[in-house]
Design a protein around this ligand. Structure first.
Ligand SMILES: *Cc1c(COP(=O)(O)O)cnc(C)c1O
Length: 389
């Protein structure tokens, strides 16, 4: 099929849920992707913060080849070695003690909510305004953006409340005797790359401890080096009781996880939660390779260093262009808030060979692979400077 036929067929056969960019991506390597018509793009979106290793990373490809010839799926009725290795790896990498594997971020958050309710025996979760936690019914309810849930309001589960992100008083005001957990992204991604202060997280740790409320940290987007540390909780000194991961974890494979402290994890016994696909040998082997590659190639430091370089250049653009309201970011999770909607800019940049994203209406969001080069960053800055004029 050619580009036109692909687009037409999709339109005819698919449920209309995505407003897709009008290109068909066909192949890629590192931060470079090509469409069906042979046009070349530098990818500053990385499949929504999934391709931290870039496209078709050799270690990921090798693991796919090796494991796919050995064993792909067995269910959780049996043990599999790649999954046990992955579970130990993630527990050793984080501040938490126990793990459960899911297939996506939303599913990890669903499980986290169940675990918090089961452990505390309470009924309320306080999430943040402008947050994003997924598209399933419960995670949609936790999500603090009306646009995603306005058509389902009558059917959403009870027990979810929303406080102002970064505002400890607003959270305090929502706490009742029934509060099981506070659910929060360290940095809000879909909400517009919103970054609270370290002081806020210090107060939040204290509040949760005092009130014996669990802290569910959604690191689905911020994890695996994205923000310049392996996990964003390290930057802010956040002490989660439960943490969720997905996106970059599998090097492109659909896999997620719930991590919890020993104490909290002990609330689940066999039968309380489960999954058919979660933690299968294939996705686990690929995730092992992806995480090892992030560590071996020192990509966490690369993210921090190149993120600062990138942000610096964007701040210089801000001095030149009055359209830019603010530049904010950590590591290679960077947003520039414009004084106008940013979708036209996304189209212009794509036409000039750069894939970027617009979120929260007016925030141009950059989530490049951590393997992006400074040369590629320079090239984007040059083009962005041009299109802003
Ligand atoms: C993407 C995202 C999710 C949902 O993950 P899916 O894999 O799409 O279900 C949840 N939380 C955050 C912070 C995300 O960025």
């Amino acid at each position: 099929m050619n580009t036109k036929e692909i687009k037409k067929t999709e339109e005819e056969y698919f449920i209309n849920t995505f407003s897709r960019q009008p290109i068909v991506l066909d192949k890629g390597h590192g931060a470079t992707v090509y469409d069906k018509d042979g046009n070349k793009y530098t990818d500053f979106f990385a499949g929504i913060a999934v391709n931290n290793l870039g496209h078709t990373h050799p270690k990921v490809v090798e693991a796919i080849k090796t494991q796919s010839e050995k064993l792909i799926h067995i269910s959780n009725i049996y043990y599999n070695e790649p999954n046990v290795i992955l579970g130990k790896k993630l527990v050793d990498l984080t501040c938490l003690d126990k793990i459960f594997f899911s297939n996506s971020g939303a599913e990890a958050n669903e499980g986290a909510i169940k675990l918090a309710i089961k452990y505390t025996g309470k009924t309320e979760i306080i999430a943040m305004k402008n947050s994003f936690h997924g598209r399933t019914i419960a995670t949609l309810t936790a999500t603090g953006q009306d646009a995603y849930k306005k058509d389902y309001l009558e059917n959403l589960p009870h027990g979810f409340k929303h406080a102002e992100f970064g505002d400890i008083e607003s959270i305090k005001n929502q706490i009742t005797d029934e509060t099981a957990a506070i659910m929060i992204e360290p940095i809000q991604g879909e909400g517009g790359v919103n970054i609270p202060s370290k002081e806020f997280y210090k107060q939040l740790n204290k509040l949760c401890e005092e009130k014996e409320i669990l802290l569910i940290l959604d690191e689905v987007q911020t994890g695996f080096g994205r923000c310049g540390s392996m996990f964003a909780y390290e930057i802010f000194g956040i002490k989660p009781d439960i943490m969720t991961l997905a996106k970059a974890m599998g090097g492109g494979m659909p896999i997620g996880a719930i991590l919890a402290s020993d104490k909290v994890a002990s609330a689940f016994s066999p039968g309380d939660h489960g999954t058919t696909f979660g933690g299968g040998p294939f996705v686990s082997a690929v995730a092992n390779a992806a995480i090892d590659a992030i560590i071996e190639e020192n990509l966490v430091n690369e993210s921090k260093e190149k993120g600062e370089y990138f942000k610096d250049k964007l701040l210089k653009l801000k001095d030149k262009h009055s359209k830019i309201k603010e530049v904010r970011g950590m590591g290679l999770m960077i947003g520039i808030e414009l004084k106008e909607p940013c979708s036209a800019l996304v189209n212009k940049l794509r036409e000039k060979g750069f894939l970027v994203n617009c979120t929260a209406g007016s925030v141009l969001r950059f989530l490049p692979p951590l393997v992006i080069s400074k040369k590629e960053i320079d090239a984007l800055i040059k083009v962005l400077n041009g299109v802003l004029e």
